[in-house]
Design a protein around this ligand. Structure first.
Ligand SMILES: [Zn+2]
Length: 243
């Protein structure tokens, strides 16, 4: 039902209108999905079920949240986001952007370099225009696999993080070693080799962990299990990086 409605919506409404009115459009889907067996922890809708994307991930039909975004929300709420924190958030999801913006007890710095996501800042991650040790918390999810000079970016994350601060980092992962190749530069080739037109590598957990350690971080890899009630994915990994 969801895929069908989505394709109808996509074909009859221009993209800009869709982006502007995404929240209202999603509300139309709500009655089809309301129930009691599942819950989205971001929009707090009790659901009959999550919708399944082609890649198998469970998306909230009401707010559009992905499994990793709901897990991140839980981690920040329960553990990492504290009052009076200065919080740097790279390319936040739309729902979390709105949620953290409303919090008056934190200083929120949502940033997106290319203006694809809702944001208030446009930092270049390889040259962050902020003083040393400015932030208590950094979220950098699905960013580093886009950055050619990733080790420079990690150095910048380390520089702007306060001593005792934490950066939560995630990218897509593969087994084995990091796969990257400077000679692969076209969109077609990047899609074929790295899984997306604008990705420049695929990390392995070990490879990313080692680069983050080189940048100075103390890194703990947390592995999370599936939770069908909240629609979290199995074997999800987050790198908890302390300074
Ligand atoms: Zn939701």
């Amino acid at each position: 039902m969801y895929t069908f409605l989505k394709s109808v919506v996509k074909n009859i409404i221009p993209k800009e209108t869709l982006i502007r009115h995404e929240d209202q459009l999603r509300k139309l889907l709500k009655p089809f999905y309301q129930g009691k067996d599942h819950e989205c922890n971001i929009c707090q809708t009790k659901l009959k079920k999550f919708a399944r994307l082609q890649n198998g991930q469970l998306i909230c039909p009401v707010c559009g949240s992905l499994p990793r975004t709901r897990r991140l929300n839980m981690l920040l709420e329960n553990e990492f986001l504290k009052p009076n924190f200065s919080f740097l958030d790279f390319s936040p999801s739309r729902m979390l952007y709105k949620k953290w913006k409303k919090r008056e007890d934190i200083s929120y710095y949502p940033t997106d370099f290319e203006n694809e996501f809702l944001s208030d800042y446009h930092y270049d991650i390889t040259h962050i225009d902020a003083e040393d040790e400015k932030f208590d918390l950094i979220v950098c999810y699905h960013i580093l696999e886009h950055i050619t000079e990733d080790q420079k970016a990690m150095g910048e994350l380390y520089r702007v993080l306060k001593k005792g601060g934490v950066a939560l980092i995630q990218t897509p992962f593969k087994e084995g070693e990091i796969y990257e190749d400077d000679l692969i530069t076209t969109e077609e080739e990047r899609l074929k080799h790295f899984g997306q037109e604008d990705h420049v590598r695929i990390y392995s957990v070990k490879g990313l962990e080692s680069r983050l350690k080189n940048a100075g971080f103390q890194v703990t890899v947390r592995t999370f299990s599936e939770d069908l009630y909240y629609g979290y994915s199995p074997n999800e990994k987050v790198l908890i990086c302390k300074k």
